[in-house]
Design a protein around this ligand. Sequence first.
Ligand SMILES: Cc1cc2nc3c(=O)[nH]c(=O)nc-3n(C[C@H](O)[C@H](O)[C@H](O)COP(=O)(O)OP(=O)(O)OC[C@H]3O[C@@H](n4cnc5c(N)ncnc54)[C@H](O)[C@@H]3O)c2cc1C
Length: 387
Amino acid sequence: MKIIIIGNGAAGIAAAESVKKKDTSISITMISNEKHPHYSRPRVIEFLSGKVTREQIIIRKKEFYDTNGINLLYPVSVKRIDVVAKTVDLDNGSVEKYDKLIIAAGAYSFIPPVEGSKNPGVFALRTIDDAESIMGYSKDKKTAAVIGGGLLGIEAAISLTARGLQTTVVEFFDRLLPRQLDKDGAAILRAMLETKGLKFMLPKTAVSIAPSGDSLTVNFKDNTSLTAGLVMFSSGIRCNLKIIDGTGIASDKGIKINNFMETNIPDVYACGDITEYNGMNYGIWPAAREQGTAAGLNAAGEKTEYKGSVMSAKLKVAGIDLGSMGNIEADAQTKTFTKQSEGIFKRVFIKDGKLSGAILLGDTADYQKLQEIMKKGGTVANPEELV
Ligand SMILES: Cc1cc2nc3c(=O)[nH]c(=O)nc-3n(C[C@H](O)[C@H](O)[C@H](O)COP(=O)(O)OP(=O)(O)OC[C@H]3O[C@@H](n4cnc5c(N)ncnc54)[C@H](O)[C@@H]3O)c2cc1C
């Protein structure tokens, strides 16, 4: 049997590893349009800061593929999938035949349709190559504007600061990390980050970007503006759906998958950032790996049910520990329990007696414990003891 995996990111590599774990005799061809073997996308941020080299963020070196009998074709792009002939056409002219296909082609950085966003000096950050372009361009710059105050935007801003650029984060919402923090948590994080040199403008809506000398001026809807040496968008992701044009593979935001990572087309599976599972596009590394593992096992013939991933994030932002999980918006039915002390903010969200979300700022020691409670989903007897 031959399995083709499109994409060599977290989902693709997890799929390949689980296929080989199940049955080493299955032939695997992986196709990637990037010129590097599998690397840590989250660590592209560190690479941008200059603290680690490109080699240090490569997770699977070329030898891994050779040792495991995985045929890695790169850099080459899949142009077209034919689900009837069971082939994929590559942009180097070759055609690869499959018995099972796993689509793990990920996502791209979304740049909103802001006038002037194609100007030189405007970037987004997804790949090692993006980081290298930003590093090259920023050499003689002193300031940067990051549009988007989500996790990636804040982390990228810190990396740009580490490169010596005075960086301002611009956010459309009235608070930072709107997906991970509520208003109180966001205000505390903002104050912590300001002490580390970051500047913020929010809520602001960018409407155009215009060259001004060797800088760029970002104009906002409220007639204010910000001039910076370079502009980086961090405005979310969109699935790489172009790859399934004309195939009949069902999609909405992402490729629709069931609990077995199957698409609506026989022998075609999907996993990772390109998917939509129960209406949810996770866009996070652990979910991509979990889906990839399930896709690989199912494609290899071991029926394995995927029951969803916990939407969570645990990281260090500028040395500040941050953990967030579940739903952090409190509606009328949600009770919150909070503990706050110098540099620490912990809040849990309880809905229908169950843990529905949590914010841990400054101390993430309970992250794992809370995640397990949330996964189990039972009634919490003493919620005040969770903070
Ligand atoms: C800078 C950054 C920081 C992040 N930090 C975190 C973090 O701290 N924690 C966290 O949980 N998540 C983080 N994420 C998100 C996480 O990296 C992604 O969820 C994860 O990498 C998704 O893996 P994937 O394999 O689904 O997709 P991808 O990693 O996007 O891999 C898909 C691969 O398929 C290739 N491909 C696409 N189309 C084609 C084609 N037509 N032909 C051939 N190849 C193709 C792509 O080029 C890519 O290499 C971060 C993301 C970024 C960009």
